[in-house]
Design a binder for this molecule. Structure first.
Ligand SMILES: C[S@@+](CC[C@H](N)C(=O)[O-])C[C@H]1O[C@@H](n2cnc3c(N)ncnc32)[C@H](O)[C@@H]1O
Length: 503
């Protein structure tokens, strides 16, 4: 992907256009398309890639036939996207076409507003009536579309309210009155009362950690922790992206004709999802999101590790794990601990984003007949967006570039207009010497071979720049995607580096 994690991690890169219902026939080359091509749930053997598990990397896409440079692997369609606040007026909300003069004249606005309100407080714009119709159709009905826009409208109203409340708080503080918040000192207080009631997360299984996270979130909701904070702009955009995904799910659940996922074979359902998202449905199916790596536990482990490193700089030796004091977490986290400890603070941004969306959702529920927003539903999308979403870059990179080295650039020096979840494309692992290129065409991403690829080889994209040195690349990937890159190039370069250092 040019996975770019949006605000967080992988904002994968460039995507494409829709609505001409094209599917790449398996075995055809770039540009050759076929209406309703034959990738179906019953003949996934025609799907040109297979999903296999790779030790240390999880699932990955492997070529199921020989490809030559320039061949298209498949095309992917987003399930949900968010245009960044800075570019809402310039970017078509459907095909992502950019206009630096903000000439897209069809505004996305909630029904019933005044003319002034509609002109000034729109949630996006379309470059053509066709794009507007495509967007409405993607929600299944005009009513469902209006419901989605109403939620976007409420997010904006809620954000304005929080901004006003925050600036009142600042005025008070400036007059010498303390703001009510008790988070002034985010003390790292674990270890102060080491008892049997604590555990070391390094010793806990992923399932145990997932259950512990549930307890933290139950308390966040019950005790209304981190409520009223205004998350930064990228997280407000994530709130919009989650709103889009959850509205699609609500539409899906009310549509009794929707087709269940019937296979446990990952290649089978990937083939089915790609076929449906490109040919049959104008957005990727909701179930495709549920197959994606959830990332929440990986995120927590990575953040806790960073906290340990921060502390280690005051005495521990980062290169010697034995000197890094373990973090102890309470088995039953209390509201006070979540509010006041360093580990509790790790949940702040997600919680603020949840409360923002929840406030908006509450406003929209009654009029729009939406089900209540559960924190588990929110987290389902929030943590999957991390390390799994693709950046929408402008300009699109053409393929091939005049300079072949440019084919490996991943949005560098481009403007990121927003980000989107392409659930059928997330099985491309990363390599710092990728063999697949992400080419955005409007709303779609076409995955195109950078080199000849033999049947059985793994297919890789890059999750960001491949022009840094191995240390910088690994650090960025660890920070944004929570993994130590084990691609052949990183392994070779780090081995050469250690050999040079006499290690
Ligand atoms: C977008 S997902 C790719 C699909 C993923 N392997 C799965 O099973 O769903 C990104 C995740 O794959 C793994 N990954 C991708 N490329 C890797 C690499 N070069 N080295 C190690 N892990 C990698 C990491 O866990 C990363 O967070």
């Amino acid at each position: 992907m040019s996975i770019i994690l949006s605000a967080n991690a992988l904002t994968a890169v460039p995507p494409g256009k829709l609505s001409d219902a094209r599917v790449i026939a398996p075995g055809t080359s770039s540009g050759q398309t076929a209406q309703g091509a034959s990738v179906t749930n019953d003949d996934s053997e025609n799907f040109p890639v297979r999903i296999h598990h790779v030790p240390g990397r999880g699932r990955g896409f492997f070529a199921d036939r020989d490809f030559t440079r320039g061949d298209e692997v498949f095309q992917a369609m987003p399930l949900a996207c968010a245009i960044s606040e800075d570019w809402v007026g310039n970017t078509c909300a459907w095909c992502f076409k950019f206009d630096d003069r903000r000439k897209h004249h069809l505004k996305v606005s909630a029904p019933g507003g005044t003319k002034h309100h509609q002109a000034c407080h729109y949630k996006g714009a379309f470059c053509s009536e066709q794009c507007q119709e495509n967007a409405i159709a993607s929600h299944g009905s005009r009513h469902a579309w209006q419901r989605y826009v109403a939620v976007l409208d409420s997010i904006e109203a809620e954000a304005q309210r929080l901004k006003a409340t925050a600036s009142k708080g600042m005025t008070k503080a400036a007059k010498g009155k303390k703001p009510k918040s008790c988070e002034a000192s985010l003390v790292f207080s674990e270890g102060k009362s080491l008892t049997d009631d604590v555990f070391n997360p390094d010793d806990a299984s992923d399932d145990q950690l997932a259950q512990w996270i549930m307890l933290v979130w139950d308390s966040i909701i019950e005790d209304r922790i981190f409520i009223g904070g205004l998350p930064d702009s990228p997280y407000r955009e994530i709130a919009r992206l989650i709103a889009g995904a959850l509205c699609h799910r609500s539409n899906k659940r009310s549509n009794s004709n929707s087709k269940p996922v019937c296979s446990s074979d990952p290649t089978m359902w990937a083939a089915d999802m790609v076929r449906r998202s490109v040919a049959a449905e104008p957005v990727a199916p909701w179930e495709s999101l549920e197959h994606m790596q959830p990332n929440e536990v990986n995120w927590l482990r990575s953040e806790l590790y960073s906290l340990q490193l921060t502390r280690s700089s005051e005495g521990g030796d980062v290169s010697n794990p034995a000197t890094i004091a373990p973090i102890h977490l309470p088995l039953v986290p209390t509201a006070a601990q979540i509010r006041l400890t360093g580990w509790g603070a790790l949940f702040r941004v997600a919680a603020e984003t949840f409360w923002l969306l929840n406030g908006a959702w509450q406003q929209a529920i009654e009029a729009q007949q939406l089900p209540a927003l559960e924190h588990a539903d929110f987290r389902d999308v929030y943590y999957r967006e991390m390390a799994n979403s693709f950046g929408i870059w402008d300009p699109n990179d053409p393929f091939p570039s005049e300079n072949p080295a440019d084919d490996q650039r991943d949005g560098e020096e481009h403007e990121m207009l927003g980000f989107a979840i392409y659930p059928t494309a997330v099985y491309f692992n990363h390599s710092c010497a990728p063999n697949v290129f992400k080419a955005r065409e409007g709303r779609q991403i076409r995955f195109v071979c950078l080199h000849d690829i033999r049947q059985g080889e793994e297919m890789f994209i890059s999750y960001g720049s491949v022009f840094e040195d191995v240390g910088e690349r690994r650090e960025r990937l660890q920070q944004h995607y929570f993994f130590v890159c084990t691609c052949d190039r990183c392994v070779a370069e780090s081995t050469a580096y250690l050999a040079q250092d006499g290690c």
